[in-house]
Design a binder for this molecule. Structure first.
Ligand SMILES: [Zn+2]
Length: 129
């Protein structure tokens, strides 16, 4: 690759990272975990799931706490909607973070290539002494 192409690629990766930075800094709150529908017997003797021998659906948040997976049953529509939004924000944040890590690794590789191109080696044709 020509020096000018390397320069262009390095510049373009940096501007990609600047765009990704906004995704990180615009996120003010987020919740780690996943909201999903859990189907099980709820344990309540008087519930229809026990009487009719069927599974009870409840929407829950699954999250990790001190290395253990915990479940929180979500009771209200507000709580469900809020946590759905919050967990999606967390997923986007993590995707964005991963993309930044990838871009930085690519930048380092390009910088190494650039270094090899522009370095003047003693004893070779382009020797400057
Ligand atoms: Zn039930």
């Amino acid at each position: 690759m020509k020096n000018i192409d390397l320069e262009q690629q390095i510049k373009s990766k940096f501007s990609d990272i600047i765009k990704l930075k906004n995704c990180i800094l615009k996120t003010r709150t987020m919740t780690k975990g996943t909201v999903y529908t859990l189907k099980r017997k709820c344990g309540n003797q008087n519930c229809k799931c026990n009487k009719n021998n069927e599974l009870h659906s409840s929407i829950c948040l699954s999250y990790s706490n001190k290395g253990k997976t915990k479940l929180k049953i979500l009771k209200t529509k507000n709580e469900i909607n809020e946590l759905k939004k919050e967990t999606i924000k967390y997923k986007k944040f993590r995707q964005c973070r991963a993309e930044i890590v990838k871009k930085f690794n690519q930048i380092i590789k390009l910088i190494n290539q650039y270094e090899n191109k522009i370095i003047k080696k003693v004893g070779e044709k382009n020797e400057f002494i």
